[in-house]
Ligand binder design. Structure first.
Ligand SMILES: CC(C)(COP(=O)(O)OP(=O)(O)OC[C@H]1O[C@@H](n2cnc3c(N)ncnc32)[C@H](O)[C@@H]1OP(=O)(O)O)[C@@H](O)C(=O)NCCC(=O)NCCS
Length: 191
């Protein structure tokens, strides 16, 4: 199930041979720096199954991001329904990403995320897409800015799911873009 393709990349449902990469990006301390948990292999496998079921049933979720030329997975980039009541109302859709460390610094997520915003607004008819991050995660907020999302600080929040052991990871900033903004400014953000 292919969601979309760009010049270098493909977004698709996950396949069995992706499990290794999925486990890696859920356990590597560098990749998981801004998350309060690391997944064991069993936890990563369970999440893999749940996420993929969701993708196949609803078309939403964190899609596998793979090279177009050989289909090798490098991380994920997706559109997912948030589960963050009371911080964000049900029905909110977020764009999110995670790459294996060796693939950072090549522009892959920016390339995939731009195409995904376009897909979300044109194909899925979404009204708004948000993105959230811990403020110190500047690589992630830089992607948000590059793809034309704007900070909406009135909606920043303290994530109630972050345990007391990690108070510095509680604050989250929210960036957003609407279908109208994307139609108006999207082509400018691509430059
Ligand atoms: C967030 C994350 C996906 C960003 O990865 P990234 O590689 O910095 O982002 P991009 O793919 O957009 O690449 C941009 C970088 O590639 C460089 N680049 C190289 N070739 C490029 C190209 N052809 N086009 C665009 N940028 C290119 C850019 O200059 C930029 O590098 P810089 O940050 O040193 O200036 C990555 O850091 C990650 O997986 N982090 C861990 C998981 C995580 O925190 N996820 C977000 C939770 S909110």
């Amino acid at each position: 199930m292919i969601i979309l393709e760009t010049g270098r990349l493909r977004l698709r449902a996950w396949i069995e041979t992706d499990r290794e990469l999925f486990a890696e990006i859920n356990s590597d301390p560098a990749v998981m720096e801004f998350f309060p948990f690391r997944r064991t292999r069993a936890e990563a496998d369970a999440l893999f199954d749940r996420n993929n079921r969701n993708i196949r049933e609803t078309g939403f979720g964190f899609f596998a991001l793979a090279f177009r030329e050989n289909d090798a997975p490098i991380g994920f980039c997706g559109l997912a329904r948030t589960d963050l009541e009371p911080h964000l109302p049900d029905g909110t859709v977020e764009i999110g990403w995670r790459l294996a460390l060796r693939h950072w610094g090549k522009g892959y997520v920016t390339e995939a995320a731009r195409a995904l915003l376009d897909y979300g607004f044109s194909e899925r008819k979404l009204g708004e897409i948000v993105a959230i991050a811990v403020p110190a995660n500047t690589r992630s907020t830089a992607v948000m800015t590059r793809i034309g999302m704007r900070p909406d600080s009135k909606r920043d929040f303290d994530h109630s799911g972050v345990p007391d052991t990690h108070p510095h990871l509680r604050r989250h900033v929210l960036y957003a873009t609407t279908a109208e903004e994307w139609r108006r400014d999207g082509s400018a953000a691509k430059r």
